[in-house]
Every structure is written in C-alpha cells, then in structure tokens.
Design a protein around this ligand. Sequence first.
Ligand SMILES: N[C@@H](CCC(=O)N[C@@H](CS)C(=O)NCC(=O)O)C(=O)O
Length: 206
Amino acid sequence: VPHTLLEATGEPFETVMVKLHKGENYADEYKAINPRSQVPVLVADGTVITQIFAIVTYLDDRFPAMGFLPREPLPRARALETLAWMNNTVHPTFTHIFLPHKFVGDAALFPELKRFNTGLYRGMLGELQVLVEQAGAAGLPFLSGQNFGPLDAYSITLLRWGGIAGINPDDFPPLQAFVQRTAQLPHVARAMERERLQLNMYRPAA
Ligand SMILES: N[C@@H](CCC(=O)N[C@@H](CS)C(=O)NCC(=O)O)C(=O)O
C-alpha cells in the first residue's frame, strides 16, 4: 500500500525486501528498525514510521497535491473510517489465516482457525464490494473520491489475499473489476512488478 503511494508521487525512494518466510523480520538488524518485527516500515528523513495507517497519513500530509485522502472534514473522516477498518479488522482476519501460530499455540487448532476466519474474511470482502459499488453509483472513480489513495491500494491487497485464502475473486465481480482496473494504473503496476506480485492468487482445490 505505501509503495503504490510512493510510486504515485514520482519522488525517488529505496525499497528493501524483507523475507517474512525466512524470518528476516526477527533478525537483530531488522528489530533495530522495528522492534515489533512487522512490515511495512517507512524511513523518512532518518526517522522510522511503522503502521500502515501512520505511514499513509504521513504521505498524505507530505504530498498534499496528490489528494491521497480527502481534505474536507467529513469525506476525510469517512475515508479514515474505511482505512481503519481495513487495517484493524480485515487485515488481522487474514493474519489468522496466513500466520495462525500468532494466535494459538496448538497446531491442531490451525485448520479450524483458518476455516473460521476464512468465512469472516469472505464476508468482509462482501462489505468491501458494497463500498466499491457505492463509489461507482456516486460516479467516483476511486473509493475516497476522484483520486487514487490508500483505500484503493488496500482493496487490491485484500482481494489478492482472499485468493491466497482460497476465496475465488470471481465470486466478487464488481470488486474484482475495480481491482483489475486499479492495478493497471502505471504507478500501481510499477509497484506490483517490482515486488513480483501476481494479482490473482486463487487456485481451485484439487
Ligand atoms: N497493523 C500493522 C500490521 C502489519 C502486519 O500485519 N504485518 C505483517 C505482514 S502483512 C507482518 O509483518 N507479519 C510478520 C510477523 O508478525 O511475524 C500495520 O498496519 O503495519
């Protein structure tokens, strides 16, 4: 999400790959940057910023001409409401599926934790699709208005993760169409290409 915003600004920035599956985020070198061992991290002017919410609101303040988030108080509150929901509800629901060991010690419970949270996650993608439909009905090209912003980038991430969780994106045609269109924006395509991210991760069960 932060990478797409940084790409959109056209300002130079450096990316660093942190391989979670190799535990690189638990190495001392990384913990010196973020003691919570999570990605993403933005180092701006020598200062570390963690948490997607803080990083994207910082980028919005730093590059106001991009209009990543609305400036008017009520539309801004509405956009931050959705951003908070994506970050504090939908994202951690996927974490239960992707990293179940963070939530329960007994590995025998992982399948049930994944199954239950996949059901919750599917419902949340349905909620996200309603937001996409409402923006479309209001004639807005993006989730928070006329400009691309973090809600649009997060939508790509969340539908893509649904595929990893075994949820077919074809089950959400309006959301999928929105995500496919947004992923083609040059700055989004550049960020995905650099990270070698494939948009559709869904593989039907054998
Ligand atoms: N609330 C955090 C969530 C970040 C997060 O969940 N990061 C995950 C990857 S999606 C991570 O680094 N997990 C590694 C771990 O916890 O071991 C944020 O907004 O930055």
